[in-house]
Design a protein around this ligand. Sequence first.
Ligand code: WTA
Length: 655
Amino acid sequence: MTNPIDHLLHENRRFAPPEQFAADAVATADLYARAADPEVFWAERARETIDWRTPFTEVLDWSNPPFARWFADGELNVAYNCLDRHVDAGHGDRVALLWEGEPGDERRITYAELTDEVKRVANVLIGFGVEPGDRVAVYLPMIPEAVAAMLAVARVGAVHSVVFGGFSADSLRARIDDAGAKVVITADGGYRKGKVSPLKPAVDAALADRGGQGPQASVERVLVVRRGGNDVEWMPERDVWWHDVVPAASGDHEAPAFEAEHPLFVLYTSGTTGRPKGILHTSGGYLTQSAYTHRAVFDLHPESDVYWCTADVGWITGHTYVVYGPLANGATQVLYEGTPDSPHPGRWWEIIEKYGVTSFYTAPTAIRSFMKIGRTVPQSFDLSSLRVLGSVGEPINPEAWMWYREVIGGGTAPIVDTWWQTETGAIMISALPGVTETKPGSAQVPMPGISVDVVDEQGQHVGNDAGGLLVATKPWPSMLRGIWGDPERFVETYWEKFAAQGYYFAGDGARRDEDGDIWLLGRVDDVMNVSGHRLSTAEIESALVAHEATAEAAVVGAADETTGQAVVAFVVLKQSYLDRHSPDGLAKDLRVWVGDQIGPIARPRDVYIVGELPKTRSGKIMRRLLRDVAEGREVGDTTTLADAAVMNVISAQVR
Ligand code: WTA
């Protein structure tokens, strides 16, 4: 039997939680034993994290796999759980959102104020004829109205489909059509990189007359927030200004109860390949796992912490760890509209200093881009309030992890590397910051109550010190319930590969080390086959980033006459290195370096030094396009790229 992925890299560093942190930790080591029966465990979590209007008596119904039902006879209102109940408990004056606009304007919004706003928006939606189960598209910048809009949709039992504000009119149209949205909530524009980036014009284009190409859009109303101040066209019978109707609407709204399996949202994954899928999540199970993991993984002490997750609400991380998890837990959090480097490269660190952020959650791609600029920028701010740091979205290379720990976390704050997906809804694999001895680069252990494994192609457990495919072996509360309108694709994509075992296939490669800790190795589709050795992208990229010259790296397998595939690397250099050295001869040094670090088999055939890497709008590297360059082909579909021009530059640099 072949090992699906070979393992090459070794990591010996270990960091125990600071003593005081462990003593005050929300999540303690006994949780693992208490989760011995996951259904009992999750039922307890569901009772402790949610106010149920009708208590549930059933926990998991897995009678029709892979269509799970959790807490199905219970009833709740998700928005009530994120808002009113905190006000009822006497926390109405607690700040929910510390909002910072890109130009530097700010708003502080308490739980009482946010509850009031959401009730008004709910009444506006009802006035538009929105009924439970109807879909509402949300296409907004990172402003408080985005949070209020999502919660108002949830409050009336409708289903939101948030579309990231950086998507084009065509992408928006495809998502509106697929979900059959009745209302769109948008803004005139929002601030990005120092200027107003228009949104309403994209909505107009998405809803424009199709000239006989396909059906007319389902949209009846467009609710528009004024943010950018840019000129917009107006269709008076369809378009409504938020500021005209929301303040005028009634602030009375009783949150109705919905079944636990009532749909909460659809979120389209664009992914690095393939047609977008509308991932469907429901209410009770999703909220349970979101709130619980948020509390446990970020060690949330809601009365004293200031939490900040940098993800946009257009991504799952923004849904679960900006909106539902933190607000269900009554957290105080920062919400920032703009880009990390506007108007200056220290913008994020300035915000941390200004608000005294204690818990910070971001992506490796951001960390590596800060490594590229250099540590003097963060070091000119006071980051001493930080006590826990999170990472999500891609494997974090050990060197990026160490940089994060030392430069941002002051050498003490525990780092939680959290593995999960749009499909899993909430965190599945992560250290517990007050319990786990952390290892740079490893996501480590499944959350209490979660069952995952690393298996071979036949679905057999691979054991320690071996690579394979990551699967979830048991259903979990926040799991996706399907793909909107396409149950067959749901079964085929995630459940067919290990149908015999009934496992969920995540599409990621992974490895267990000698301690049984889990390391993520990248998407299985990106695995390279060099002379019969199956090499993961993550390990070779980590070796490249461990070199003093390198800030970011991407490797791909390119067709090769002798070895089948050969490793081709693309690297971005650190500014601090370029200030002191010429990059001449560096490509050769890096080849040798990788050979020394992990072995000759992993040594790249070619190393290209480039200015930037191609990334999706959520910051994931698009290796598929680099493979086209490496094999000398014309570059394929670039529509999901954040910056389409990047590929022209890379192609030119490689030539
Ligand atoms: C990758 C983001 C390594 C992985 C929440 C997964 C990670 C995909 C990690 C899902 C991590 C996410 N370490 N890889 N900590 N977290 N990934 O749907 O390939 O945007 O399958 O959800 O990101 O991306 P998505």
